[in-house]
Ligand binder design. Structure first.
Ligand SMILES: NC(=O)c1ccc[n+]([C@@H]2O[C@H](COP(=O)([O-])OP(=O)(O)OC[C@H]3O[C@@H](n4cnc5c(N)ncnc54)[C@H](OP(=O)(O)O)[C@@H]3O)[C@@H](O)[C@H]2O)c1
Length: 242
């Protein structure tokens, strides 16, 4: 698998899973555009990439600002002449609790990053990818999209919507050789999930595989460890008895 000659943008590349994916893309040969809000952390990731003889650019970016997203992606294409891979990884899970206790504002805050931020990145990137006749979009979703655990309504809704958006975009873009897939990184140890003991690098092989898919590869699918998962919640009629 090679990403040599590819330009790959990763959102939320400053830490956690996004940092690992960015390092993985660079190791596989891509020039990586590192984006997130924390510029100092992005510079540290860029320096790790350079130490391993990879190349990257640091582009501070808040995905919840659609105009900033559009400008950042247009600048990448103006500078490099292409954007081959978009990995939508930036995410938050900061509105936990039962619906009766989560404010609508907190619910909206999760959608602003996980769903609308991801949409804004795709909206800005797709015209370039379609014009180029090549693109790979990797949406970092979550098993929560299909498990819909109590107390995680905002996060589950955002990730189920990301999966639905993935299907719709895949159908729209397939004729242009733009493949759009979602992935679950599994439950891994990051600032978002500090109690896991699984390293976030576990997510990398799936993210690289989806970024390097050959023409005609799968699209509109949801993977964990390169194994396909159902995209959308399945209603478990027995859930009350468990
Ligand atoms: N960890 C898990 O077990 C797990 C499981 C399933 C799915 N996921 C998903 O994996 C992705 C990464 O999660 P993680 O566990 O690595 O979380 P994390 O350690 O909290 O990292 C989140 C990343 O998102 C960035 N981010 C947050 N808000 C942003 C915004 N408004 N604009 C741009 N970047 C923003 C953060 O960077 P800045 O703060 O520098 O902006 C950071 O790089 C998320 O989509 C999450 O839902 C994680």
């Amino acid at each position: 698998m090679s990403l040599a000659g590819r330009v790959a943008l990763v959102t939320g590349a400053s830490r956690g899973i996004g940092r690992e994916i960015a390092l993985g893309y660079a190791r596989t040969g891509a020039h990586v555009i590192l984006t997130a809000r924390d510029e100092a952390r992005l510079v540290a990731v860029a320096s790790e990439i350079a130490d391993a003889s990879g190349t990257s650019d640091v582009v501070p970016l808040d995905v919840s600002d659609p105009e900033a997203v559009r400008q950042a992606i247009d600048r990448v294409v103006a500078r490099h002449g292409r954007l081959d891979v978009l990995c939508n990884n930036a995410g938050v899970s900061n509105a936990r609790g039962p619906v009766a206790e989560v404010s609508p504002e907190a619910f909206a805050g999760v959608q602003a990053v996980n769903l609308i931020g991801l949409f804004a990145c795709c909206h800005a990137a797709l015209p370039h990818m379609i014009a180029a006749g090549y693109g790979r979009i990797v949406n970092v979703s979550s098993g929560t999209a299909i498990m819909c655990n109590p107390g995680e309504s905002a996060y589950a809704a955002s990730k189920a919507a990301v999966n639905a958006l993935t299907i719709a975009m895949a159908k729209e873009a397939q004729a242009s050789n733009v493949l759009v897939n979602a992935m679950s990184p599994g439950s891994v140890k990051t600032d978002m999930n500090p109690t896991s003991d699984v390293p976030p690098s576990e997510a990398v092989p799936t993210a690289v595989w989806l970024a390097a898919l050959p023409d005609g590869g799968p699209t509109g699918r949801f993977y964990r460890f390169m194994q396909e998962l159902p995209m959308l919640p399945e209603i478990d009629l027995d859930w009350k008895s468990r």
